[in-house]
Design a protein around this ligand. Structure first.
Ligand SMILES: N[C@@H](CCC(=O)N[C@@H](CS)C(=O)NCC(=O)O)C(=O)O
Length: 225
């Protein structure tokens, strides 16, 4: 059996590979990283991810970071799981990468501005960071909403890890006062995601991790805008 460990914290983008692993039906363990203790910046964790970020995946003793790379690897390592649409076409493969990069490199930084504007500005200016984040997000949420109005999943009739990524992005900004209700097709996509047993299992792992943090008094709560 392959030994797989996912380094995660509840609510983070580690949800994306957690869902992918659950969808693939493989055995894996999760290791909770405690942000409030600075564990992600500790020398021990930096041996796994020198960038001090979550997620990191350790598989067969090898550490891999960055969601795009982790999803791409899992897709190749577990081909039967069909985490991304099957294709041998170089352009199609590159377009799938572009989609994952859109989530990690375009949407995720905007999510952070909406969710944690205080990281980017003084107390007085935080509200304007949040507003500008929301303004930037509208264009992309409209685009995603339009696409999901025509089909249940990002790639049509078949679920993919792109849907897991979009699910996390939606959920994260929903909890930061972003007006998600303006995007009914994206909201319906979230509901479809919540019905998937693999998603429920991934969320249950996060709930366990959150309970652990609560018990230790280590829950991180960003300042309200
Ligand atoms: N580009 C990375 C981003 C990872 C990332 O920013 N993770 C956040 C959690 S969602 C994190 O570890 N934040 C802690 C910090 O930056 O100190 C990826 O896609 O995996």
């Amino acid at each position: 059996m392959t030994a797989i460990t996912l380094y995660m914290a509840p609510g983070t983008c580690a949800r994306v590979p957690a869902i992918a692993l659950e969808e693939a039906g493989v055995d894996f363990e999760t290791q909770l990283i405690r942000f409030m203790k600075g564990q992600h910046k500790s020398p021990d964790y930096k041996k796994i991810n020198p960038k001090g970020k979550i997620p990191a995946l350790v598989i067969e003793g090898e550490a891999l970071t960055e969601n795009v790379a982790i999803i791409t690897y899992l897709n190749q390592h577990f081909p039967d799981a069909k985490l991304m649409p099957k294709t041998e076409d170089a352009m199609e493969k590159a377009r799938q990468l572009a989609d994952l990069c859109f989530c990690s490199a375009t949407l995720h930084p905007i999510v952070t501005r909406i969710r944690m504007p205080h990281f980017f500005a003084s107390e007085e200016a935080a509200k304007s960071v949040w507003e500008k984040g929301c303004d930037s997000m509208h264009e992309y949420f409209s685009m995603i909403d339009e696409r999901l109005g025509k089909q249940p999943w990002w790639y049509g009739e078949s679920w993919s890890a792109m849907d897991a990524y979009l699910f996390w992005i939606y959920w994260r900004v929903e909890g930061a006062e972003y007006p998600v209700n303006n995007f009914p097709n994206f909201s319906a996509h979230k509901s479809r995601m919540e019905q998937r047993p693999a998603v429920q299992r991934a969320l249950a792992r996060e709930a366990d991790a959150m309970a652990q943090l609560e018990a230790e008094g280590l829950v991180f709560t960003p300042k309200p805008v």
